[in-house]
Write a protein that binds this ligand. Sequence first.
Ligand code: ADP
Ligand code: ZN
Ligand code: ZN
Length: 818
Amino acid sequence: MQHFINVILPIPLEKLFTYSISETEFQHIEPGMRVAVPFGKSKIYTALVYETHTNPPEVYEAKEIHKILDDAPVVNPVQLRHWRWIADYYMCTIGEVFRSAMPSAFLLESETLILRNERGVVDENGLKDDEFLVYEALQHQSMLRVDEVSAIIDRKNVLPILNRLIEKQVILLKDEIYEQYKPKLVRYVKLGSAYRSEEKLEELLESLSRAPKQSQVVLALFQLEVKDKKPIKITDLEQSSGSSKAVIKALVDKGILEEYLIRIDRVNYEGENEDFDLKTLNEYQQKALVDIQKSFDDNKVALLHGVTSSGKTEVYVKLIEECINSGKQALYLLPEIALTTQLISRLQDYFGEKISVYHSKYSIHERVEVWNNVLAQKSKAQIVIGARSSLFLPYSDLGLIIIDEEHEGSFKQFDPAPRYHARDAAIVLSKLHNANTVLGSATPSLESYYNSQTGKYGYASIDRRFGNVVMPDIELVDLKDQTRKRRMKGHFSERLLEEITETLDNGEQVILFQNRRGFAPIVECTTCGHSPQCPNCDVSLTYHQHRKQLRCHYCGHHIALPENCEACGSPTLDTKGFGTEQVEQEFKDLFPKANVGRMDLDTTRGKYGYEKIITAFEQQELDVLVGTQMLTKGLDFRNVNLVGIMNADSLLNFPDYRAHERSFQLLTQVAGRAGRTKKRGKVIIQSYNPYHQILKQVSTNDYLGMFKEQLYEREQFLYPPVNRIIKITFKHKNYNTLNDAAEWFAKGLRNVFKSGILGPEYPPVARIRNQYIKNVIIKVSLKQSLPQTKNSIKRIENSFNAVSQFRSVRVIYNVDHI
Ligand code: ADP
Ligand code: ZN
Ligand code: ZN
């Protein structure tokens, strides 16, 4: 009898692929193990075993696998069911889910991998444009494949560029096929076995009397061994003996010292105080806790709606404690930007070693380690706190999932597939485990609040801050009026300046919020109105003062700031709009004595990027922090008494049906950073449109008013939560092909669905990296069957792909696009 396995390949194939295996392999292989398999002419992939069987494939000859990579499954059956759901719901392949679910170190291919060179000192200005793009991409991803590099710089032959980057110490290449993950080994030393007794040691010291450095090392080691009673690291010995590596090495060579290696986990908790007492909940937290537990008893997801600083985290802590006491695993999901050391160390105070952290700034090795710890059900991974990708860890027995800041749009993966919403995928995962789910927010998404109103979810609320701290006082300042009366200094109104002065005089801190990074988004000629455009994308270039450059935020293209307008030649280029960098600059001119820091994507690159700035602000080395929406999340600064929102209008005017909901959430969250201790905080919102309904609702903390009004609009225009949305994006290099293709597809949709098809339309940025883009939106009523709708769409796509000129058009689905 022949034996076969069906595997998931980490590529967008509709079907599982079949390989043949030997009888012996058949005895050993289980679903969830990885195998290395050949594919196509010359590729090797890491594939995941889905099932074993004895039926040869009908249309092709099954190839043999190369190698079994695991002794035991690394993925469990619940995960496979979850991935299947994600692939079906979000209209992608299970291979794409597999690729994004596993740490990349588990997915090695024959292709070369590129890593950033952590040791290299990079001179950014010495990089050519395409080199810079690769460098920049590696700041966001720890690793790139050759084909990804190709896509980033849009050319096939990338090896010369990679060679230059190696020379410039920007990257490293990795070429191993199977074993990429290496446990971290630390070097330790001990006295050689011949010298362990006291007499021998004395003899030794005697004999070393003419080598004072060496005898110093031996003495130091002896003292450390007596004092610490645990293995001594070479580095510790170096330090305590004050001698060099060379001296230690000489002793090792003589056999006086012995060197050995110990494997350690990279992700270590180094805290000491493991027995922190949990805080006692106040009556409002207690009531919320009871309501949440009631929802659990009813088998419902619970929504915890608690104003900023109401103490939601402490309620989660109680739920986690209960969960782990019953021996189950708990997952605490947060948006990436809210994953701060502040919160992590707060939880570590309670749960110590039991906590593992998992998110994108972690290295591939750290991720593998967390994966393996969860797989082995180690107690150090009983609680995982992480960003959306932590949904994919191999949990065997989840008891609780907390989704904090559940309203955050960044829970939705935008690119690449699977374009899943982590909140919704978490609820499904929770059901598969029979676990409890809590969604928490001070400003719930319309969807979740709606679900709690219709009774689908349970509801718990805390409507006051912890410790009787009052909500901040929010004042709206009319920029039109202030400008007319010439009361503005740069972008600061008179009122804001007064409040800043008073706050700083009191020794308190200030947060200034501007939702744009860079100096001023665009440069415009005041003579002819021209503004420099990106040649590859349909956007104006952004001005970065620091480097005196114009840059494209979509493709990385950049040029030096020109002296004259390239259209009319006049020296009248001026900046329009303003970003965080300019706010910082103006502030320095107005308050030269204050220390100001800036927190945005540009200043927080690298693993500890945020931490440095947050700590400096926390330690009050900075008086003022200027930032983008990064500083809205989960930060608890004790001494901030004033929050200034420089300009609310760009948020409100964003062309999107969610703009108002988002503005309410963002402004409320930023305002929530003010006055978290006894004294009432102050918030100043500057706007050209201070009578805007949303601003009123923010200033009176009127969530319900906002909800009702927005829901009414969604009902009128058939948007979520009263309807579903599937967005289809078409991309192609050729303008005409793209237009024809999008029209063709939309017509097919209109024939089938009659109504609810919008577009094709160009998005605000209609060309990125030389690809033209058009979108079609399908509104799917809640009564309509979603699987049937998707099948119809897929059928249209099949006929579409049969048209030869459309074959090269990319079709991208985004279900529940937000
Ligand atoms: P939220 O997450 O709702 O914004 P936090 O959980 O950060 O609020 O709580 C705000 C502040 O109140 C924190 O400094 C926290 O330590 C404190 N706090 C909350 N609940 C308690 C409690 N039961 N006992 C003592 N301090 C608490
Ligand atoms: Zn001009
Ligand atoms: Zn561009």
